[in-house]
Write a protein that binds this ligand. Sequence first.
Ligand SMILES: *Cc1c(COP(=O)(O)O)cnc(C)c1O
Length: 478
Amino acid sequence: MKNKPIVEERVIFEHGACDEVLRHSGAQDIDDRYLRHDIEGMTDPGEPEVVRHFTRLSYMNHSLDAGMYPLGSCTMKYNPKVMESAAGNEGFSALHPMAPQSMVQGVLELMYGVGEYLKAMTGMDSFSLQPAAGAHGELAGMLIAAKYHRTIGTGRNTILIPDTAHGTNPASAAMAGFKVTNIPSGSHGMIESGTLRRFIDGDTAGIMLTIPNTLGIFEEQIVDIAGLIHDAGGIVYVDGANFNALLGKARYGDMGADIVHVNLHKTFATPHGSGGPGAGAIGVSSVLREFLPVPVVERRDRRFVMNCGLRHTVGRLVSFYGNTGILIRAYAYMRMLGTSGAGQVAETATLNANYIRALLKDRYNLPYGTPTLHEVVFNDALQNVNGVKTIDIAKRLIDYGFHPPTIYFPLIVHGAIMIEPTETESKEEIDRFVSAMRSIADEVRDDPQLVIDAPHTTPVRRVDEVKAAREPRLVYRR
Ligand SMILES: *Cc1c(COP(=O)(O)O)cnc(C)c1O
């Protein structure tokens, strides 16, 4: 039995022109019964109250402007302010999304440039810049894979996903209507082609591989893996969210990827903004070009045009052109790096993570000896004594002025502490972080209660994180 896709395919655009498509993009399309006209109990503050309220809130938060944010997998790197001023340029910020294409040639050229740069760096054939986040790019990729198999009539419906994949991967595959089969990684923290072979059958539609995977490890057998999947008639999807680890060093297209998404907000210094606005640009090999989400930007002689007329397109994913402001910031970063400077991103990100690994591995346990790239994952084998848990260590770091790393992920590492310094941190800042981690390890040994009760310095101490996520209270009540 086939799963029914949760996401129905939207209108497919037959014509090359985008004007009609773009016209139907705004709130006027939302049925009136879903629009709220006032909020019960909402106050009506003046400007000083609003400014002070948000400024006060901002003091209570940690940000990259305040210090290191070593959140593994999330790549919270410092975004240079010059990217903000590029995006704030009135020529961009004052553009109306319905302006005719002849009047927005500059921004179309910029988007074309982003696509060309991504093509050169990833080795993919074509890009769509529509997806508004990494997970959105994955969904786009899975919709493409599903439509590809429908179009050529294979009836295949299973996607293979390793246990070292990012957590959003199985969700994206399921939303596109696929069944998901979990592939166990080997003792070196990577997928082994011998194991994979056992899971491939006549229903295999493809594989979703996170490269580097969530252990920070490069899948060394990727070329064999891609060969196996292709021989079986499947699609190789690569989650390239953490492309900053490979930028300028290796290309997904050369590894055999058919579809890849890249998080511009992790690789090219643009803000994340809690789940958006981001940009999860999606690239495909030439066979899948006609399936890309529309519109795509193309060059016709000296003009740049939006094309909505791809033959098998999975349709549109966002209103208008996608998160253009993010694309502008990414483009500024790409131009700053050039193609020759790109390799420095991967080198420094990898060096920084391995520096931390080397300086902490006597005090925190490494579950895998395999060399890692841009992040390092420890488990809780040494600290899970004296009643101290990984979460306590994470909370204690706040007292030292750092945002906690990612914890309890990936799931295959017990009590995981996943640290990603990124390439934008200086040696001095990383040394401060390492010394904080080492003194916490001392505290766990000498004064565990100090760690268990942390944080001690914040306006809010421990919150019920599960309840906060499951029952968020979003309405203001006086
Ligand atoms: C961050 C990340 C994602 C999801 O990206 P979002 O922009 O947060 O949706 C997917 N895969 C990997 C490997 C990631 O690190």
